[in-house]
Write a protein that binds this ligand. Structure first.
Ligand code: GTP
Ligand code: MG
Length: 394
């Protein structure tokens, strides 16, 4: 262990997770690795550092983490649910424990991927679309088809309205009645409080846990009315946009259409077949004008009905073909690597901004400076410089 970490040994696990010095990060890293290797079964890392660090966890904490980890990789739904609750917690100590568990699950996943010839353990798909587009109904039908074919499927939902109102733009669970009774499916709505950044962070971590628990397909549903669909697009291998044949607000899908790997026109049944065909033609032309995201894949527009199941097997076949294409071209792995970096930076941004906003000196100076900026007495640039100076010098 590098000498600069010695002082940090006495600090409780991850206490300094929010500090940004190299020294702290170095120690944080060592602590996470040490704890994840020492307390849980798996690769051994025998060193004095391990013994030292493991003292940071109490007996009950070690037992809790061992129980969760064993249950999770054993595929127990209750352990997966409890582990996701742990990553969702706001409690500082439990947050630290969640990170230890995650590190261990990540190490387990890496081992499994290695023995899988480097192939990812799961296919992650994001599904977004305007409210009422038919997302949950689509997931219910596709989900049943997939579990029928022997897949294990988890469905995570990101509800942007939960951040402001406590819920619920999405009436998901009620519309996935059959799937929620299926033992090979696991449905989990996003927590009903916190910031979008917080909610999407826990969704990202929940994906890792689902994969550790043996779910080979992870679907993430979100309503396309804000930023949540962009956040979801950044955490999945494939991003699918669902558009209803009528009543779909063009504006709501305008920006996000560029991120779509596949567009599904939903509800293509009965009287809606004709408008569905029209929308399919419109989106097909629109997609041709957009810059391609992938070298090896052209986004397509398909139609499907969850009522009649028409088009559903074909949609899934397209999704599999996309996965195989980007897997063999190496884009899937590259996309995941890039996402890790994007995600790290978005967490840093959020954390640094919140430190800045909570800083006592900044809070004190802010009202007067804001007032002067809005009055036009000083420029926004100068006010920002003054606040940043206050932050860095005090
Ligand atoms: N005709 C027809 N109606 C459908 C189909 N799929 C869903 N619907 C109806 O569309 C409405 C919305 O369906 P949901 O599956 O809840 O849509 P959603 O996009 O998940 O909705 P939110 O999560 O609330 O944004 C319901 O009344 C469904 O019955 C379909 O294939 N055909
Ligand atoms: Mg829904």
């Amino acid at each position: 262990m590098p000498p600069m970490c010695n002082n940090m040994r006495r600090l409780p696990l991850l206490r300094h997770v929010s500090m940004f010095t190299t020294r702290n990060l170095c120690c944080l890293h060592h602590r996470l690795l040490a704890c994840s290797f020492a307390i849980l079964p798996g690769p051994r890392c025998v060193s004095t550092a391990v013994i030292q660090h493991v003292q940071d966890l109490s007996g009950p904490e070690q037992r809790l983490l061992s129980r969760l980890y064993e249950g999770l990789i054993g595929g127990q739904r209750a352990s997966l649910a409890e582990s996701i609750t742990l990553v969702e917690t706001q409690h500082p100590r439990k947050k630290e424990l969640a990170q230890v568990l995650l590190q261990r699950v990540l190490a387990y996943r890496r081992e499994k991927e290695k023995s899988n010839g480097g192939r990812p353990l799961a296919f992650r798909v994001g599904l977004s679309g305007p409210p009422g587009a038919g997302k949950s109904s689509f997931i219910e039908v596709v989900g049943k088809m997939l579990t029928g074919r022997g897949h294990k499927l988890s469905v995570l939902t990101v509800d942007p309205s939960s951040c402001t109102t406590g819920g619920s733009l999405m009436g998901d669970k009620t519309r996935m009645t059959e799937l929620s009774r299926d033992m090979n499916a696991f449905i989990r709505p996003s927590p009903t409080s916190g910031t979008l950044g917080g909610v999407t962070r826990t969704t990202n971590e929940a994906i890792v846990l689902c994969e550790g628990a043996g779910y080979d397909i992870v679907l993430v549903e979100t309503v396309g009315v804000g930023q949540s669909e962009f956040a979801v697009a950044d955490m999945v291998d494939m991003f699918v946009l669902l558009i209803p044949p009528a009543g779909g607000d063009e504006l709501q899908v305008k920006g996000i259409i560029e991120r779509a790997d596949l567009v599904v026109v939903t509800k293509s049944d009965g009287d809606l077949v004709v408008p569905a065909r029209r929308i399919q033609a419109e989106y097909t032309s629109a997609l041709k004008l957009l810059r391609r995201q992938s070298k090896s894949w052209n986004p397509r527009v398909v139609r499907a009905s969850s009522y009649t199941s028409e088009g559903i097997p074909e949609v899934w076949a397209k999704m599999e073909s996309y996965r195989d294409t980007i897997l063999s071209s190496g884009e899937l792995q590259a996309r995941r690597r890039a996402q890790q970096k994007v995600w790290m930076w978005s967490l840093i941004q959020e954390s640094v901004l919140s430190h800045f906003q909570m800083h006592p000196a900044v809070r004190e100076a802010l009202p007067a400076l804001e007032e002067r900026v809005t009055r036009g007495a000083i420029s926004p640039g100068l006010a920002a410089d003054l606040l940043l100076k206050t932050f860095t010098t005090s």
